[in-house]
Ligand binder design. Structure first.
Ligand SMILES: [Zn+2]
Length: 215
């Protein structure tokens, strides 16, 4: 399979869902969303769905990481915003983006730099206007896998080949891409908690003692 064919297949995964949303509208889109979600390939139909997906990823991260990080992860929702139209159209891309940012919060590493999902979308955007080289194709496949995006058969299986012939160039390109996609204000500032999460009184470590006492 040529790089061009591989890229076309990857792009089709996103484009398919985009055309579904545009053609069927929101009402019918909800039905299709349910079936796509069942296949792990849903799309986000409105702002409420976006909130649901964001909260679901936070809940999963709270399970994935140590309980002592639960409050920190709950207060990380301000970092979780779609940065590309395809994140609305392709739920699995947005989920991958959230997952990586939440894992960075848990690890205490910077959240400004581009996520693997953002790098994937950036490479696809470039590839629509100009041919891309071996390292860029390798970067795309590496990021697709790292983001945990759906296995696509052929393209993903060729990643070891790209790593073998252009691994160090892919490393450099990844560093550059993540820096270029940096979102300057995607950082957690001081966290203040009113002592309630989703309207429920909690003993959050970021709530002041007086607020908890008043709850
Ligand atoms: Zn709190």
């Amino acid at each position: 399979m040529t790089p061009e064919t591989e890229l076309r297949r990857l792009k089709d995964v996103l484009a398919l869902q985009q055309s579904d949303v545009e053609v069927v509208g929101v009402d019918q889109g909800a039905d299709i969303a349910a079936s796509l979600r069942a296949a792990g390939l849903g799309f986000i139909v409105d702002g409420l769905a976006l909130m649901d997906v964001t909260e679901d990823e936070i809940a999963k991260a709270q399970i994935r990481h140590h309980p002592r990080l639960s409050d920190l992860l709950w207060h990380s929702s301000s970092l979780l915003k779609p940065t590309h139209p395809s994140m609305f159209r392709s739920e699995f891309v947005y989920r991958a983006h959230c997952r990586e940012l939440l894992d960075r919060v848990a690890a205490g590493t910077p959240t400004e730099y581009g996520t693997a999902a953002e790098v994937c979308l950036a490479v696809l955007a470039v590839a629509t206007v100009t041919p891309i080289n071996t390292a860029a194709m390798g970067l795309h496949l590496r990021m697709w896998k790292l983001a945990g995006l759906p296995a696509l058969g052929g393209p993903g299986e060729n990643l070891p080949h790209y790593e073998a012939i252009a691994g160090s160039k892919i490393d450099d390109l990844e560093t550059t891409a993540r820096k270029k996609l940096r979102v300057e204000d995607r950082v957690l500032g001081d966290i203040r908690c009113c002592g309630q999460h989703n309207g429920v009184h909690v003993r959050c470590e970021y709530a002041s003692v007086s607020r908890i006492a008043a709850a």
